[in-house]
Ligand binder design. Structure first.
Ligand SMILES: *Cc1c(COP(=O)(O)O)cnc(C)c1O
Ligand code: SF4
Length: 339
């Protein structure tokens, strides 16, 4: 809740900030908006509060009313299943807390670092592997930016900076511009990548100023969105992403494979085609990180690989994402293709 309160203070109530401020913040509000009641969920809802409900209105509007199995709803509704414990699902499945080399910096892979540019998100996804990450220790205030930038500057092997979070597009454009300018001053950094789900749930976040920030820099910019289901994309996304692409930003997508949301060949194939219609190329299809509270979204590796093979059989190669798993201690994401 602290993050939400802070967000309201920092982001002006116009444009996307206004949409964000109007986000739904409880399961009750959410159920009411989609014309359902707790009785529609036989196993009940989770009442644990450490990862609160947060869903912007535009995302709610895309949900089917009266459908307890709606794939958009299931991504944000806290089901009682979240409270089950499972020995294979941990609080820090990726061992990130060990690769947190400086405040707000995760350096795990050769040549690229993650900069945790903002602590909050515009939507709280129930499957999120960061739901237990100590954000509050890693909030990059202006003073900590310098230490993070110094870390990048002293390691000439770093050629790409990936803005991550939380969600880096929670930063206002002015602050994002300052950060990008500072990164561009480090000579060995060539590429800038922004990983964000925010524009998926609030398309207004794709501002003209954002396009300027990503293109008026010597860095080559890539925006990676996180779309999980074809129904998440709208004509406003197509229009605004079209402008970003015309301006020269590389646009990719990553998806998490989620039981009950997108674990069918038909949905995944439609997703790839819809992404392409919205100027996005599929990059990664991630199997779920085994984080406590997300067990009910797990799809087995065998099933995942079978789905991947159906995509291969039916899509052009450029619309087939790489099927990967994140493994603690590995120097890259691990392809599942090998077995
Ligand atoms: C996914 C990820 C990256 C980027 O990996 P790519 O394969 O280049 O997309 C970098 N650092 C961490 C910690 C990651 O999880
Ligand atoms: S937007 Fe991304 S980081 Fe934020 S809760 Fe959702 S999956 Fe997690």
């Amino acid at each position: 809740m602290a993050i939400v309160a802070q967000t309201e203070k920092l982001i002006p109530l116009v444009g996307w900030g206004r949409v964000l401020a109007g986000a739904l913040r409880s399961a009750d509000e959410l159920l009411q908006a989609v014309e359902l009641t707790v009785a529609d969920f036989p196993e009940g809802l989770s009442i644990a509060q450490q990862f609160p409900v947060l869903v912007p209105q535009p995302f709610v509007e895309l949900m089917r009313k009266g459908d307890p199995c709606d794939p958009l709803l299931l991504q944000v509704l806290p089901l009682a299943a979240e409270e089950q414990m499972h020995p294979d699902f941990s609080i820090d499945p990726l061992g990130e807390q060990d690769t947190n080399v400086a405040t707000g910096v995760i350096h795990k892979y050769h040549g690229r670092v993650l900069l945790l540019a903002a602590s909050g998100c515009a939507v709280n996804c129930r499957y999120c592997f960061r739901r237990h990450f100590p954000y509050s220790d890693n909030r990059l205030g202006r003073t900590q930016w310098q230490a993070a930038l110094d870390y990048i500057a002293q390691d000439a092997s770093i050629s790409e900076v990936i803005l991550s979070g939380g969600d880096p597009l929670m930063l206002q454009d002015e602050r994002l511009a300052e950060l990008v300018t500072a990164i561009a001053q480090i000579p060995h950094v060539q590429r800038l990548r922004v990983h964000s789900r925010l524009p998926v749930v609030i398309a207004e976040r794709l501002t003209e100023q954002l396009t300027d920030i990503l293109t008026r820099t010597r860095l080559r910019s890539t925006l990676v969105l996180h779309v999980n289901h074809p129904r998440e994309l709208t004509p406003m996304h197509a229009e605004r992403l079209g402008k970003l692409r015309q301006a020269g930003v590389t646009l990719l997508n990553q998806t998490v494979l989620l039981k009950g949301v997108n674990d069918s060949a038909q949905v995944l194939i439609e997703l790839s085609e819809t992404l392409f219609d919205h100027h996005l190329l599929p990059y990664y299809l991630h199997v779920l990180d085994r984080v406590q509270g997300a067990q009910h979204f797990d799809v087995s590796s065998t099933e995942a690989y079978a789905l991947y093979q159906q995509m291969l059989a039916q899509l052009p190669g450029y619309l087939v994402p790489k099927l990967v798993r994140e493994e603690a201690g590995q120097p890259h994401k691990t392809p599942l293709h090998a077995f």
